[in-house]
Every structure is written in C-alpha cells, then in structure tokens.
Design a protein around this ligand. Structure first.
Ligand code: ATP
Ligand code: MG
Length: 154
C-alpha cells in the first residue's frame, strides 16, 4: 500500500466562506502535490456512505446533512508520509484543540464544520480517493514525470 497518498475534502462551510484558495495554498506550501481535484456536491445518500463508519454516532444525521448542503472540494494529495503529515497540517478534530497555524485552527467554524476532512489511514485514503475519482483522473507525480519524459523524447 502506498504511503504517499492521502485524501481530503474541503467541507461545505469552508468552501462557502471562500477559504478554498487559502486552504489549497497551505496544502501546497506544506509540500503536498495536488494529484486530483474536483468541486462536487454530495447527495445526502453519498454523504451517509462516505461517513458510514460513524453511522451509530449521535452526530451522524446532522453531519451528513451538513456535508450535503452545498458543494465540497475533493482532493487527492501526494507527499511522503501523506496521511500523517496531512493530519498534522489540518489539526485536531475539534478546532478548540487544534494547534495554532493548522487549517482547522484558522478556518473551522465549529467541531462539526471543521473546514476539512483528512483520511486516517493509507487504506482509507485509497478507498476515499476511489469514491470520488476514477484512475484516469488521478495524475501522480511519477505518472506526470514519466509521460513528460516520453513527450520530450518525441
Ligand atoms: P474527518 O474524518 O472529517 O477528517 P476526524 O477524522 O478528525 O475528521 P472523526 O472522528 O472521523 O474526526 O469525525 C468525522 C467528522 O464528524 C468530524 O470531522 C466532524 O466534522 C464531525 N464530528 C466528530 N465528532 C463530532 C461531535 N462530537 N459532534 C459533531 N460533529 C462531530
Ligand atoms: Mg475521520
């Protein structure tokens, strides 16, 4: 399993508040490559499927309503140690506990509307990336490098 890919979403509240550009800048400044990106709008059903792991939690219904209330940005990111480093960059789930300078500290509106999602394991990063993107929509650094070498040679 690759250790250099993670999956993220910029959540509806942060997109609506106009923080997409600032968040993408923090992501790139932290050394992540954006290897896939799209703006899309989850249905309630899709949000429930995405967060199915939380289906027994009391906040599940509210969370999935909020996640489907307006568009999100889906991202596949590449960097060594991507999952852990990205969780560090976004900060704690509850923005009150997030370190200064983290994405959630800067842009979260509440514990629920905490600006971004970050995958919690390599395995889930792959599953979540496939939830939003087909293989032909993801261009890893190695794929870009290999095909630009072919183009340069021709
Ligand atoms: P995410 O999976 O979105 O990256 P996380 O892994 O930091 O967040 P999880 O425990 O997986 O945290 O919770 C998923 C999401 O559910 C949180 O990001 C937050 O939006 C929401 N959430 C978590 N705990 C609560 C809570 N107690 N009340 C309301 N919403 C919550
Ligand atoms: Mg989580």
């Amino acid at each position: 399993m690759a250790h250099d890919i993670t999956f993220s979403m910029i959540k509806p509240g942060a997109v609506k508040a106009g923080h997409t550009g600032a968040i993408l800048k923090m992501i790139e400044d932290a050394g992540f490559s954006i290897v896939a990106m799209k703006k899309t709008w989850l249905s309630k059903e899709q949000a429930k499927q995405f967060y199915a792991v939380h289906k027994e939690r009391p906040f599940y219904d509210h969370l999935t309503s909020f996640m489907s209330e307006s568009p999100i940005i889906a991202l596949v990111l590449q960097k060594d140690n991507a999952v852990q480093d990205y969780r560090k960059l976004i900060g704690a789930t509850n923005p009150e506990n997030a370190e200064p300078g983290t994405i959630r500290k800067l842009f979260a509106q509440s514990l629920e509307q905490n600006a971004v999602h970050g995958a919690d394991s390599d395995e889930n990063a792959q599953i979540e990336a496939s939830f939003f993107f087909s293989k032909t929509e993801i261009y890893t650094n190695e794929q870009v490098q290999a095909s630009s070498e072919v183009k340069m040679a021709s």
